[in-house]
Ligand binder design. Structure first.
Ligand code: PBG
Ligand code: ZN
Length: 326
């Protein structure tokens, strides 16, 4: 089936908008998008970290309203990050700092029973040191972190989330969390594994919003180096084997090849995370008049779907759904 000009003229199928629409191979609709929220203590809190950043800090009462509106608008779901005032110390149960956040989830679940709620599982927003695992002697201790991550997952499941999303990058956490969920009676709560999460320069705006910047060192001893494709495939294989339901890749824009690899190596649903820095790049370029925000955003989201992503976590979901900016 070799094609050649002049029998083949690809422009025939591009001639009019209606024809182009007919042969569009992938689309990005609200149903494919998941909006992150940063859940803080208090009430009546509803702030975007800066105009157009897409990073929303909300208190529980506002979260419940927002999730209801997003669900009604047809947005695929929300991804929650708890940002409590008080940090956790190792002598406490995690339910202590997470108390208000968990109540916010319970309220949201009650107000909108059928909205899809995903919640991050990680320690970086909860600890003074800002690392994603437990720190022992200035090192991030893998195995000591697992019970705490599992404890957090079970608390979130109890509060009513549909998906728990471990983003910590400790080895073995998917299996450990799966077992804890099952033992807690939460067989139906699914795990979105941050399977390929690069140690990236694109997380800055998020860390400011989530109060999760590391107080010393960096995350390179647990997050993946951007240089490694084979290692990414091993991450995927491990998480599949440990029982991940969905596989997440991030940042999205700089890892489209790995999204495609994941599509070809597994039959699992794939989530692409368009991270805070990716969003900020587009926003900044548009503010400078260099690019058209709407067009570039759609182009990027489409490229993620084309690479093989089923869902996209994006700070643009809320804006696309037409919710007010305040
Ligand atoms: C932390 C976490 C990060 C993001 C999601 N979970 C940041 C980090 O690893 O420092 C980044 C998301 C974004 O930038 O939008 N576990
Ligand atoms: Zn973390």
């Amino acid at each position: 089936m070799s094609e050649s000009f002049p029998n083949t003229r690809l422009r025939r199928l591009r001639r009019t908008p209606a024809i182009r629409r007919l042969f569009r191979e992938v689309d990005v609709g609200l149903e494919h998008l998941v909006q992150p929220y940063f859940v803080v203590n208090g009430s009546g809190v509803h702030r975007e970290t800066s105009p157009g950043s897409g990073l929303w800090q909300v208190s529980g009462d506002v979260l419940a309203e927002e999730v209801q509106q997003m669900h009604r608008a047809g947005v695929g779901g929300v991804m929650l990050f708890g940002v409590p005032d008080a940090k956790w110390t190792p002598d406490q149960p995690l339910s202590k700092p997470l108390g208000e956040y968990l109540s916010a989830i319970e309220l949201t679940r009650k107000v909108t029973p059928d909205a899809v709620i995903m919640a991050d599982v990680c320690l970086c927003s909860l600890t003074e040191h800002g690392h994603c695992g437990v720190v022992e002697e200035h090192r991030i201790a893998n195995d000591a972190s697992l019970p705490k991550l599992a404890e957090m997952a079970v608390l979130l499941a109890k509060a009513g989330v549909d998906f728990v999303c471990p983003s910590d990058m400790m080895d073995g956490r998917i299996g450990f969390i799966r077992k804890a969920l099952d033992e807690g009676g939460f067989q139906d709560v699914a795990i979105v594994s941050y399977a390929i999460k690069m140690a990236s320069a694109l997380y800055g705006p998020f860390r400011a919003a989530a109060h999760s910047a590391p107080a010393f060192g960096d995350r390179a001893s647990y997050q993946m180096p951007a240089h490694n494709r084979r290692e990414a495939l091993r991450e995927i294989a491990l998480d599949v084997q440990e029982g991940a339901d969905l596989l997440l890749v991030k940042p999205a824009m700089s890892n489209l090849d790995l999204i495609r690899d994941t599509r070809e190596h597994t039959n699992h649903p794939i989530v692409a995370y368009q991270v805070s820095g990716e969003y900020a790049l587009v926003r900044a370029a548009a503010d400078k008049g260099l690019v058209d925000f709407e067009r570039l955003m759609t182009e990027l989201l489409v490229s993620m779907r084309r690479a093989g992503a089923d869902l996209i976590v994006s700070y643009d979901a809320r804006r696309r759904a037409g919710l007010k900016s305040r």
